[in-house]
Write a new protein. Sequence first.
Length: 128
Amino acid sequence: MTINIGETVFFSAGRFCRIGAAIVLLGIAGCSSTNGPTSVAAGTGPKDTGTFPNLNIKPQVAAPQFTEAEKNAKLAQLKADENAQAAKGGGPKVANQAALTDLAKKHGDETLKQIEAKCDPALDPTCK
């Protein structure tokens, strides 16, 4: 008998009516709220509220923006520097690539051995 009552209360059309009524009541309560947007009076602009960041006040620029002519001049200078560097050979030349490869293979192990051989009593109290 209680199973049938539970089905009637929780799984029948009555449940959908209760849910619908709750949605309508919440909608009405939400529309009567006074927390909505407020209108700004004419003549009043953004105000500094003393909080950070105030998005109502336009930030000051640190420097004037480049003009199109300044941009083109700087790009031309960069291009000239790039061409001059390429004419010199591009970058430093490696004297012996095999020696550098060998160093890269051994460097990590040798560094770990050096670190593990040293002991700092300030960091490790069990260090002797």
